[in-house]
Design a protein around this ligand. Structure first.
Ligand SMILES: *[C@@H]1O[C@H](CO)[C@@H](O)[C@H](O)[C@H]1NC(C)=O
Ligand SMILES: *[C@@H]1O[C@H](CO)[C@@H](O)[C@H](O)[C@H]1NC(C)=O
Length: 290
C-alpha cells in the first residue's frame, strides 16, 4: 500500500502534465485563425441596404467556409473550393442583396424589412479538415429610421395669463419606429388624458410614420415671469433615441386684471373685460324682459 501511493501520485502528475501540454497545443492551434473585425451597423435604415463585413486572419490554416447568420438562419455561404463559391439565402425579416469575399474578408448586403426589429448577425469562419475549427462572432443590428428634424410645437401663444387654458400641438418628423411624445411644463411630465395620446400618420415607404400629441393644460395660477413647455420625441429602441424642442411662454404678471368667477359650480377665469361684458349682458337681458 505504502509503496503504491507515491506511484499513483506520480502517474496522476504525469497525466495532468500531458493534459496541460495538450491544452496548450490546442490553444496554439486555435489561435492560428480568428475573426479580427466584425462590422455590423448598430442601426439599419429600412430604406436602404446595410453592409456587414467580417475580417479574419487564417495564418497557416486553410479556409473551408465563411457563413453569415441572421439569428439562427444562414443567409450567406462562401466555399472557395466549390464551383458556386457564394450562395445567398433570403430568410424571414431580411432580403439578401449580395455578397463578396476577398482573401481575408467577406461582405454581405442586406435589406431589412420595414419593422423596428433587432436581430443578431453572426459571422462564422471555419478551417479545412481534419480539424474543422470554427471562429465565430456576433453583433446586433436594429432597424431604425432616425428623424431628420427636431419636433415642432405649434399653437404656443407668446403671452399667457395665470389660469389660462393652453392647447399646444407637437409634431415629430417621420421615423421608424414612430416616436412616442412626452410633454413637460417646467420640467414636470404631463400625464396624457385618453384623447391626448400620441397619434400616428399613415406610413411612408420604409414604414416611416410621423406622430403628434396635443397638450391641453392650464397655466398654473401662481406662475409669473415665464413658463417653459418642452416636447420630447422618443424612439423606443435599444438604446432609446431622443429629440426635443422647447418653447418659453411669457406669463402676464398683472394678475389683478384676472377675476375668479363662479360658473354653475365649475370655475373659470375671465379677465376684467369679460366681467364687464357679462354685467352688460345681464343688465340688457333684464331690461329686455321688463
Ligand atoms: C431575395 O428576394 C429578392 C426579392 O424578392 C430577390 O430579388 C432576390 O433575388 C432574392 N435572393 C435570393 C438569394 O433568393
Ligand atoms: C396636430 O398636428 C397634426 C399634424 O401636424 C394635425 O394632423 C392635427 O390635426 C393637429 N391637431 C390639433 C388638435 O391641432
Amino acid at each position: 500500500m505504502n509503496e503504491r501511493m507515491p506511484l499513483s501520485i506520480k502517474g496522476l502528475y504525469k497525466n495532468v502534465k500531458m493534459m496541460f501540454l495538450l491544452l496548450i497545443t490546442l490553444c496554439v492551434a486555435t489561435a492560428g485563425h480568428e475573426i479580427t473585425q466584425l462590422k455590423v451597423p448598430l442601426h439599419a435604415d429600412p430604406r436602404r441596404a446595410a453592409e456587414l463585413s467580417c475580417h479574419f486572419r487564417m495564418d497557416d490554416q486553410k479556409l473551408h467556409s465563411v457563413k453569415w447568420y441572421r439569428d439562427l438562419h444562414e443567409i450567406f455561404r462562401y466555399n472557395p473550393s466549390q464551383k458556386t463559391q457564394i450562395r445567398l439565402f433570403n430568410v424571414t425579416g431580411v432580403m439578401v442583396q449580395g455578397g463578396s469575399c476577398e482573401q481575408e474578408s467577406c461582405v454581405v448586403r442586406v435589406m431589412p424589412l420595414p419593422q423596428a426589429t433587432r436581430a443578431a448577425y453572426t459571422c462564422e469562419v471555419s478551417t479545412e479538415g481534419p480539424m474543422f475549427q470554427i471562429a465565430r462572432q456576433t453583433k446586433h443590428m436594429t432597424v431604425v429610421a432616425m428623424p431628420d428634424k427636431d419636433p415642432v410645437i405649434s399653437g404656443a401663444p407668446n403671452l399667457v395669463r395665470p389660469g389660462e387654458q393652453m392647447l399646444l400641438n407637437c409634431t415629430t418628423d417621420y421615423s421608424l419606429p414612430p416616436a412616442d411624445i412626452n410633454w413637460y411644463i417646467d420640467d414636470e411630465i404631463q400625464k396624457p388624458e385618453a384623447w391626448q395620446r400620441t397619434e400616428l400618420s399613415a406610413p411612408l415607404a420604409g414604414g416611416l410614420r410621423a406622430s403628434w400629441r396635443v397638450l391641453r393644460a392650464r397655466v398654473p395660477a401662481a406662475t409669473s415671469g415665464a413658463l417653459r413647455v418642452r416636447c420630447e420625441a422618443v424612439l423606443q429602441v435599444d438604446p432609446p433615441v431622443l429629440r426635443d424642442v422647447s418653447a418659453t411662454l411669457t406669463v402676464h404678471s398683472r394678475t389683478q386684471l384676472s377675476k375668479y368667477v363662479s360658473n354653475k359650480g365649475g370655475k373659470v377665469y375671465v379677465n376684467a373685460n369679460a366681467v364687464v361684458a357679462v354685467w352688460v349682458f345681464t343688465v340688457i337681458s333684464r331690461f329686455m324682459s321688463l
